[in-house]
Design a protein around this ligand. Structure first.
Ligand code: PLP
Length: 414
């Protein structure tokens, strides 16, 4: 497809691509699908026309280029809305879920400060929520961060007690990015309605992996991103409830008034087309794919725990995303284990905080000791993983841990 419209430009890309893709180095098995996912070929195919001939600005209302771009954006908006049980007019496109979380929390706090200045969230949230709360505290807002139990779940009575008369919003994620734990969304939604506070959820890891229904959950705001669902990076959305209650939030970015004034800036048409296609593909295959991926997760977990009796599972097994496995391996040096597993792309702690030397805030919130938090491995199984890959990784992990322990004077007796 590339190269059909231009003689000179794409030729360069053709020359560069094989060298990038066919090096002699064998690429590691990718098991880090909670950090990001490979773009689905059908998604890329849907995007290509909008990176080439269909280059119009969706806000250009006086010619065909603009109309076609606007139509593609509306298709994407419908596809995103459909996966989560919302309406197209409730979708505000953003640059990703970090922006969506910022927009939800800052936008609601600033718009509703007449009601109060208090927000409620929980300790295992993504940094895009926790750091936004800190930033709001500097503006004079207050927040209550709920603890979680050793399984990673919040206590609904804690939530009830935390909501005050001046509480504006509760933000609780649907599925955790490190440990895959699923919070009880329907119950949280019911409590928020009873207490008449807004309910925001970071639903990034849930969308396309488990059924998401904004009405059943009674969420008012929900953050989404394309690149965790086999779509492109740099595009996301915020669901903003409009049908039964019209939520108005303050924008973070002012300008041309795009996205009903909630997010100005020329729309990322190819990105939005890709996000729509990715959400459509995910919705069409959801039950079968979730079942297959959960089967691979069960296989991996069974191999690991039958080979290594002392391995610790982090987070609830029952209330968990199908493809996530997060374990701590005691009596082995974390760094040596990561080095021994260099043929496997897994996350040791969260990809988002592994640059810092702090243990994961999610694992410490479960009550894990710092050494065990540093010995955690996150496996994120996804659409493109096969059973033979999982068998290979399970066998390799068990063998390497036993070898490292045998070689270490500290652990050789265990
Ligand atoms: C990846 C992720 C984000 C951030 O999304 P970006 O689109 O990368 O900014 C937010 N929340 C959760 C739970 C995530 O997994």
């Amino acid at each position: 497809m590339v190269g059909t419209t231009s003689e000179s430009g794409p030729a360069l890309a053709h020359e560069a691509a094989p060298r990038l893709l066919s090096g002699s180095m064998k690429r590691p098995i990718y098991l880090d699908n909670n950090a990001t996912t490979r773009i689905d070929p059908a998604v890329l195919a849907a995007m290509m026309p909008y990176l080439t001939e269909e280059f119009g600005n969706a806000a250009s209302s006086s010619h065909l280029y603009g109309w076609q771009a606007a139509e593609a954006v509306e298709t994407g908006r419908n596809q995103v809305a459909r996966l989560i049980g919302g309406a197209a007019r409730e979708i505000v496109f953003t640059s990703g879920a970090t922006e969506s979380n910022n927009l939800a929390l800052k936008g609601a706090a600033r718009a509703f400060q007449g009601k109060g200045r208090h927000l409620v969230s929980c300790a295992t949230e993504h940094k895009a929520v926790l750091d936004t709360l800190k930033s709001l505290e500097a503006e004079g807002f207050e927040s209550t961060v709920l603890p979680v139990d050793p399984d990673g779940l919040i206590d609904l009575d804690h939530l009830r007690y935390a909501i005050r008369s001046d509480t504006i919003l509760v933000s609780i994620m649907a599925a955790n990015n490190e440990i895959g734990v699923l919070q009880p969304m329907e119950e949280i939604g019911r409590i928020c309605r009873e207490k008449d506070v807004l309910f925001h959820s970071d639903a990034v890891q849930a969308a396309g992996k488990i059924p998401v229904d904004v009405d059943r959950w009674q969420v008012d705001l929900a953050s989404l991103t394309a690149h965790k669902v086999y779509g492109p990076k740099g595009v996301g959305a915020l669901y903003v409830r409009q049908r039964d209650r019209r939520i108005r939030i303050a924008p973070l970015i002012d300008g041309g008034g795009h996205e009903r004034g909630m997010r100005s800036g020329t729309l990322n048409v190819p990105g939005i087309v890709g996000m729509g296609a990715a959400f459509h593909v995910a919705g069409a295959g959801l039950p079968e794919e979730a079942c297959r991926i959960q089967g691979l997760r069960v296989l991996l977990w069974n191999m690991i725990r039958s080979g290594l009796k002392d391995v610790i599972l982090n987070g609830s097994l029952e209330h968990r995303l199908p493809g996530n496995l997060n374990i701590s391996v005691p009596n082995v040096e974390g760094e040596s284990l990561v080095a021994a597993l260099r043929d496997v792309a897994v996350s040791s702690s969260s990809a988002c905080s592994s640059a810092s030397m702090e243990p994961s805030h999610v694992l410490t919130a479960l009550g894990l000791s710092t050494p065990l938090a540093f010995r955690a491995l996150r496996f994120g199984i996804g659409r493109f993983n096969t059973e033979s890959e999982i068998e290979h990784v399970g066998e390799l992990l068990v063998r390497k841990v036993l070898e490292l322990r045998a070689a270490s004077p500290l652990y050789s007796k265990s």
